[in-house]
Design a protein around this ligand. Sequence first.
Ligand code: FES
Length: 75
Amino acid sequence: MYVCVCHAVTERQIHHAVKHGAKTVKHLKESLGVGSECGKCVSCAKACLKAAHEEQHPSLVKSMIQLSPVQLGAV
Ligand code: FES
């Protein structure tokens, strides 16, 4: 599926970029041009980036989910 039509960037390319270190939409913009023309793809690119991170780093995402706020009086 195409995520960025302006630069013909696919979901697969975003997953590949994440595998090689992309962590933010800014990284995708620098490496693939995502969001650098009309910008309509940015929200879809964010969702794709998140899905790729969850798929490739499930333990990191799981540990982030397990974090919970602590009340200041409890510390
Ligand atoms: S669709 Fe990605 S910049 Fe236009």
